[in-house]
Design a binder for this molecule. Structure first.
Ligand code: ZN
Length: 383
């Protein structure tokens, strides 16, 4: 790294702290979006946005402050195919009133009452710092496209509305992964959610239980025949919530079970959903009830093989230029905007970018890792 143009640690720290001051829970990204747009413009990029905000507002009435996805473009100063870099604006809850605290050991945490927001402020900071250094030092680079999305956390809702025809790049990096810098996910699962509504028949539990059809018995029967957890080494099944019943003394008439399936092979995940549906149908038939089964496909699985240029460039920059001890590609069981980008023909991997324990109030980022993430991003932009 010694002969490389360096990113600026103080500036990174300042930017990270600034970005964490915005309250930006999913569907409330207006303020941070305005800030990031101005920042990108000030760095000389052409900035546009789509109409995701309006579309999301229609589908999610609870969202009053939703912004739209941001597209920024920096014309190349050397030949080469365009490359896309992406991160997202929103955080999970609790994310209101975040206060970043830098500790003596260089670790940044929240005050313990909220998430820190390193997911995905770390990614945003890395991209902004790399672009700043490129402009400041006049570094050569190919065409760069930046895609900053809204509402990534709720199953990548925001990127559902990305206008993919605006993007010219055929390869990209999403900065949105836990773990040490030098790690990238080149495979991620399809995520399907399942909703099972069970209808039986209410009856007095003491006077006439024979006249009832117990929705809970149907559920118990079905669930006893369904494997959950890591069902195969590339597929997981979970039932996360169950609601139903109206009273202690009433045979439960209605029950709703919500779950999800994650599978590295899309078709296999769909088959598993079908299998679950059949088991519930069989149980409902046995008791004389009925079920309504709804499966929603949120994101599609991908696997970018290691011989693809997008992976090779990452391994080269992380390994040779950054001297990461062990740059590696992993399979993640989390979804990200990379799922959608791959689905739309943009070969994309997800980079670890200095966030740890994300989605918890123990979330933290190491300043040293933030610096490395920005350095890696700069390397990928200018390689
Ligand atoms: Zn994220």
């Amino acid at each position: 790294m010694s002969d490389q143009i360096k990113v600026d640690r103080d500036r990174i720290q300042k930017e990270f702290f600034k970005l964490t001051t915005f309250d930006a829970e999913s569907f409330h990204e207006k303020e941070i979006a305005a800030y990031v747009k101005e920042k990108l413009k000030s760095l000389g990029l052409q900035v546009q946005e789509d109409s995701a905000g309006e579309k999301i507002a229609k589908e999610h009435p609870e969202s009053k402050e939703t912004a739209s996805n941001i597209y920024a473009y920096l014309k190349g100063t050397k030949p080469g195919k365009p490359i896309l870099f992406s991160s997202h604006l929103d955080t999970v809850k609790p994310g209101i009133g975040k206060k970043a605290i830098l500790h003596e050991d260089g670790i940044i945490t929240s005050d313990g009452t909220t998430v820190l927001g390193a997911d995905d402020v770390s990614g945003l900071t890395s991209i902004l710092e790399a672009l700043t250094v490129i402009q400041e030092k006049n570094l050569e680079h190919p065409d760069l496209e930046i895609l900053i999305t809204v509402a990534e956390e709720p199953y990548c809702e925001g990127s559902r509305f990305v206008e993919y025809e605006r993007l010219k790049a055929k390869e990209g990096y999403v900065l949105d992964l836990d773990g040490a810098v030098g790690r990238a996910a080149n495979a991620a699962p399809s995520i399907l959610s399942t909703k099972i509504e069970i209808d039986g028949k209410a009856a007095h539990a003491g006077f006439a239980p024979e006249q009832g059809i117990n929705a809970l018995s149907i559920a118990a029967d079905a669930l006893s025949h369904i494997r959950t957890g890591r069902v195969y080494n590339d597929l997981t099944v979970n039932f996360g919530t169950i609601h139903g019943g109206t009273g202690r003394n009433i045979v439960p008439e209605h029950l709703e079970i919500n779950g999800e399936i994650r599978g590295l092979e899309h078709e296999k995940a769909l088959c598993e959903a079908e299998l679950i549906k059949e088991v519930f149908e069989k149980a409902a038939k046995k008791y004389g009830g009925k079920i309504t089964f709804t499966v929603t496909e949120h994101i599609h699985s991908y696997h970018v093989s290691k011989d693809k240029p997008v992976v090779k460039r990452f391994l080269k920059v992380a390994g040779e230029r950054m001297r990461c001890s062990k740059p590696e590609c992993i399979t993640t069981y989390g979804g990200s905007d990379a799922n959608r980008l791959n689905e739309h023909g943009i070969e994309t991997i997800v980079l670890s970018c200095a966030m740890e324990k994300s989605h918890s109030t123990e979330e933290y980022a190491a300043l040293y890792e933030l610096e490395r993430s920005a350095q890696l991003t700069l390397g990928l932009m200018t390689e």
